[in-house]
Design a protein around this ligand. Sequence first.
Ligand SMILES: Cc1ncc(COP(=O)(O)O)c(C=O)c1O
Length: 417
Amino acid sequence: MGGKVESFLSDNCPPMGIYETLYAFRDSFGQFMGTEGTHPWSQGFPLTTPLEKFGGPSLPSSVDVTPEDRFYPKAWGHPALREAIVDYYNSRYGSTITPENVMIFAGGRPGIYTVMAFLKEHVQVSIGNIEWPAYLDIMEQTNTKYQIVPFTKENNFHPSNASYYDRTGLDPDTCMMPVISNPQNPSGQTRSGEELRELIEMAEQPGNGILLDEAYEMFHSPSVSGIEFVQDLDNSNVFIAGACTKGLQSPGIRIGWMIASKTNIETMANYSSFGMGGVSHPSQHYAVKLLEPNRVKQARKAVEEHYNWQRERYGKAFEEMGLGVYTGNGGFYHWLELPEGMTSGELNKRLFKRGAAILCASDCDMARPHSKDPSYVTPYERFFRFSFGPLLPETFESDIQLFKEVFDDYRLEIQGA
Ligand SMILES: Cc1ncc(COP(=O)(O)O)c(C=O)c1O
């Protein structure tokens, strides 16, 4: 006896990069990000209060819970919520999905994790060199095979659709499954119109599929979904992920969904029957309220206008400061480059002291080793993601003032060195 017991669990399970920034912030500033006086520019959540300036509707404050709601939920989701999601997509995007094409999850992440966990051996993911940090953790933990699609200044951080289906050097029997957030986290680059039509057309070719993550669907003019262009969902490996997390302003209710062929939905529902047990009824009822047709129309318009306005004015301010702005026209993040000699890691250390933080682009680098390797140098050292998702309209001037002070001090320091 004696000695330390070895954990039975994996040694390679660090928290997602964003959480690491949060812990480093707390260690430096002495308080958690989000407490009063902090500036959550690293955080990926939206405002959870009505967007009054643009006529945003109120958010439901309660749901009824009946004895039936205390039963076990259905593995695939509550019929009322599946129906509400079907109505939402079919009325907004002219699609013809049915409730059997919808599977409910406890947020966006569990749906994405499930799809990746059940991919067959010969299915290979292709993923942008920068993407939402969680994808890397999910791919690692599910032993998903993946290849990286270049994201560079030369391609304006917006590679062609075809580059996601590049089979060079692969076994001809390999099936290709791009994973793309659209609008993209972290860059805001968005595929819409003809470009999105082409992407979906490619995804429906034999041997191809796609996991199109539309968490930021409403943060674009107009809102954007690949479902608009899907020809034969039931005969495809198209997976479209959605959630109440961003556009419906409710990350805390933990409701997300996957839209896919009936066959693929059945597999996920079977998994739910033994691995998940369905999703909370009160949360699903809340989501039905959020999706009430008149409410959702009003909400979509307000989200689009509020965040377009914020994207534009923050972008202009960053440009005036001398940062490189490579943001696309969607989402609620700016994708920014520091001048030569500076790094986003060093910028963050200085921001931490003032109660602020950004997300270093290295956390979004899908080509980095998952287990930390100090010898790896990311090609995105000077890049970072600035989130204006949680920022109230009235903090714009003070946010820019604070950022500028820290940035100018750091720049002077570099120039004087
Ligand atoms: C690209 C992307 N997909 C999905 C999600 C959904 O996350 P959640 O599991 O909180 O619904 C997020 C949230 O940050 C995201 O940025």
